[in-house]
Design a protein around this ligand. Structure first.
Ligand SMILES: NC(=O)c1ccc[n+]([C@@H]2O[C@H](COP(=O)([O-])OP(=O)(O)OC[C@H]3O[C@@H](n4cnc5c(N)ncnc54)[C@H](OP(=O)(O)O)[C@@H]3O)[C@@H](O)[C@H]2O)c1
Length: 207
């Protein structure tokens, strides 16, 4: 797939590296062109191609665009990227204060919905926000992590599901965009438990 990545931090590095290993073609953009170039350089030996581009070009000709900047910068960066209608957009942001799981957005809102408004006609999928970035540094052994996602467009969900499988994940669709806030609340629950030293997986029933 041709993937655009908005952001150059932890999530961009780990997801970008995993997808470059899987042979995908990446365009990376951030507010720092130097950091975008440095990240693309680290992926030079991977089977997939990786180039640094200006934010305005990160969505050009891309099948999927990943948004991995802080929640309060996401809408501005997405608007700057002028993502074409029909593009699949992965929202992996978490609008929570570090260590505190309550959402910082207004009641009833979701970040996925806010990003959808900044990219009219794009197909937003909420995904990858429930795992720490280091989850994806190596292919998982044992039980595949379930990558829960929500979105309205079947083609976008299929593409994001394939990208989840490339990480060793097991994609599961939990409804449409109206479920995005619930998925965002789940991440807040996980983050608060984890930061306070509890294993979040122990707080849900074992299979
Ligand atoms: N880290 C995780 O484990 C994890 C897991 C799930 C979801 N998430 C979510 O994924 C997103 C990215 O997390 P991360 O850990 O990759 O963050 P990070 O390592 O701090 O990287 C953040 C990226 O966003 C850029 N950025 C920061 N402020 C900005 C602004 N005002 N305008 C434009 N760009 C800005 C940074 O650029 P500079 O380097 O120039 O500052 C950097 O490229 C966040 O929404 C986070 O909640 C993170």
């Amino acid at each position: 797939m041709r993937i655009g990545i908005i952001g150059t931090g932890n999530m961009a590095q780990t997801l970008g590296a995993a997808w470059a290993r899987a042979g995908h073609d990446l365009a990376i953009a951030g507010r720092s062109p130097e950091k975008a170039r440095a990240l693309a350089d680290t992926l030079a030996d991977a089977p997939g191609a990786a180039v640094a581009v200006p934010v305005e070009e990160v969505a050009v000709g891309r099948d999927v665009v990943l948004v991995v900047v802080p929640w309060d910068a996401a809408e501005a960066m997405v608007a700057q990227a002028r993502i074409p209608a029909g593009t699949a957009v992965i929202d992996a942001t978490n609008a929570v204060a570090h260590g505190i799981g309550t959402l910082l957005i207004e009641p009833g809102e979701s970040m996925a919905g806010r990003i959808a408004q900044a990219a009219p006609g794009a197909h937003v999928v909420k995904a990858f926000h429930t795992f720490p970035s280091y989850q994806w540094t190596q292919p998982p052994t044992g039980r595949a992590p379930i990558v829960v996602m929500s979105g309205d467009d079947p083609g976008a969900l299929k593409a994001v599901g394939e990208l989840a499988r490339d990480l060793g994940g097991d994609p599961v669709v939990l409804g449409g965009s109206d479920r995005a806030r619930q998925l965002e609340e789940v991440a807040g629950f996980i983050i608060e438990l984890a930061v306070n030293g509890h294993d979040p997986s122990a707080a849900v029933p074992a299979a």
